[in-house]
Design a binder for this molecule. Structure first.
Ligand code: SIN
Ligand code: FE2
Length: 233
């Protein structure tokens, strides 16, 4: 595992760290799994509440998946496209997320879901918080694969200062504890060519998907956004 290598890490805030290249040695294996997962649970463009289609394509693996529902977004244990359970999370995914979380100081992280995002040129994600999951301080682990992207990492409020970080293949960002509800987003992807992913970027987002006091699949309606980007979660 990447643990044995010295790593450049950059603390972004209390509870938030960027581990440069943490997943780089696993890149090909992760991408192969993304390919198999998407054969069972195809990438799809979710509709936003404002009726527009998101610019990133998504699928999931794990015990639940992140889906669009009648009243917003939430977790569901079956893929609404196929009616079947989401593909199980590959061990290499889980192990990577657990190790990354540990490196960031979060022992005992157990991801239930891996949301897989696919970006083509121009695709972006508005500033948002990953609000639904948890109040137990468990982190989000976010792995970048393929083309570079500009990741924006802000504070607890929309008004605060925002760091802009260029994330490349293998870079892994973890935010939890006091940073768990930090705003973050991705600028429109610049066109390019990556030896492993061609004209695409993939992102793996691992979450514990624990929702105290709520069932999996509980709903919340996010704020609608205009344009080709989305306030996703
Ligand atoms: C997300 O916030 O869900 C994805 C972030 C990324 O693609 O880097
Ligand atoms: Fe997010």
């Amino acid at each position: 595992m990447p643990e044995s290598r010295p790593l450049a890490s950059e603390w972004l805030a209390n509870g938030a760290v960027l581990l440069r290249g943490f997943a780089v040695e696993l890149g090909e294996a992760l991408l192969a799994h993304i390919g198999s997962i998407s054969e069972v649970a195809p990438f799809r463009y979710l509709l936003m509440p404002n009726g527009q289609t998101m610019s990133i394509a998504m699928t999931n693996c794990g015990t639940v998946g992140w889906v669009r529902t009648a009243s917003g977004y939430g977790y569901a244990s079956n893929d609404p496209l196929t009616g079947h359970a989401w593909p199980p999370m590959p061990d290499v995914f889980r192990e990577l997320a657990v190790q990354a979380a540990r490196r960031a100081g979060f022992e005992g992280f157990m991801p239930a879901v891996c949301i897989i995002n696919r970006y083509a040129a121009g695709a972006s994600l508005h500033m948002h918080r990953d609000r639904d999951d948890t109040k137990d301080g468990q982190p989000v682990v976010s792995v970048s694969l393929g083309l570079p992207a500009i990741f924006r990492f802000g504070g607890q409020g929309r008004a605060g200062s925002v760091r802009q970080l260029r994330l490349v293949h293998g870079d892994t960002v973890i935010w939890g504890g006091p940073s768990r509800m930090a705003y973050h987003g991705v600028l429109p992807l610049e066109a390019g060519q990556h030896p492993l992913t061609g004209m695409q970027r993939f992102n793996l987002t691992f979450r514990s998907a624990k929702m105290p006091g709520r069932q999996s699949g509980a709903q919340r309606r996010p704020r609608a956004t205009a344009g080709r980007s989305a306030e996703l979660r």
